[in-house]
Design a protein around this ligand. Structure first.
Ligand code: HEC
Length: 169
């Protein structure tokens, strides 16, 4: 009853009230989960949106020299902020079912990504170019750090911080 009423409020067809209510419940369940695997979410959504954000933080070379792609206009800064907020929301998404991994390190690393993306967004909001670039790099660090722990095949061997090795390069 309640479901059918709320469907009516949202403007959905209620010509066959019972069936629609049932289908609505099934659709709700589907919306709560996701058809995307973690791998697909990473490959199609996380990566895509992170690159869109990082595209504001690059240097490109052409015939006239190297140019920064850092936003210049208010509209560009707004777009950069939106891109960073999207990455932040994705960091939140992977802390929830069905993507959450039952390991405190997962939450820690996803939260580090969320925090780094929030810094990019904040820097874009206040047009702080240095902070914007630094936070963008820390987003990358957060991605890589989680991959080392949970998908090491993606990143190759993790550099160790031992003093003997640190001296070698
Ligand atoms: C909390 C952990 C975590 C964070 C943070 C994270 N990833 Fe991932 N990522 C994974 C795991 C685990 C996989 C492997 C998924 C699989 O193959 O099932 C993966 C896979 C990937 C892949 C490979 C997908 C493929 O085609 O196999 C890409 C690309 C990727 N991540 C990009 C990113 C980017 C970009 C960021 C940061 C903006 C990021 N990830 C942040 C855990 C994380």
């Amino acid at each position: 009853m309640f479901l059918a009423a709320s469907l009516a409020v949202c403007g959905c067809s209620v010509s066959n009230g019972g069936a629609v209510a049932e289908r609505g419940a099934a659709e709700d369940a589907a919306v709560m989960g996701s058809d995307l695997s973690l791998q697909e979410l990473m490959a199609h959504v996380m990566q895509r949106n992170a690159i869109q954000m990082w595209n504001w933080q690059a240097f490109v070379s052409d015939g006239t020299g190297a140019h920064s792609t850092v936003p210049r206009t208010d509209e560009e800064w707004e777009d950069a902020e939106s891109d960073a907020l999207t990455v932040g929301e994705l960091a939140r998404t992977i802390q929830q079912a069905p993507y959450r991994v039952d390991d405190p390190m997962w939450s820690k690393k996803a939260q580090a990504l969320q925090a780094a993306a929030a810094k990019v967004a904040k820097a874009a909001e206040v047009r702080d170019e240095d902070a914007f670039l630094a936070a963008g790099a820390s987003v990358n660090d957060a991605c890589v750090s989680c991959h080392y722990r949970f998908a090491p095949q993606l990143e190759g061997p993790e550099p160790t911080a031992s003093p003997s090795e640190a001296g070698q390069g």
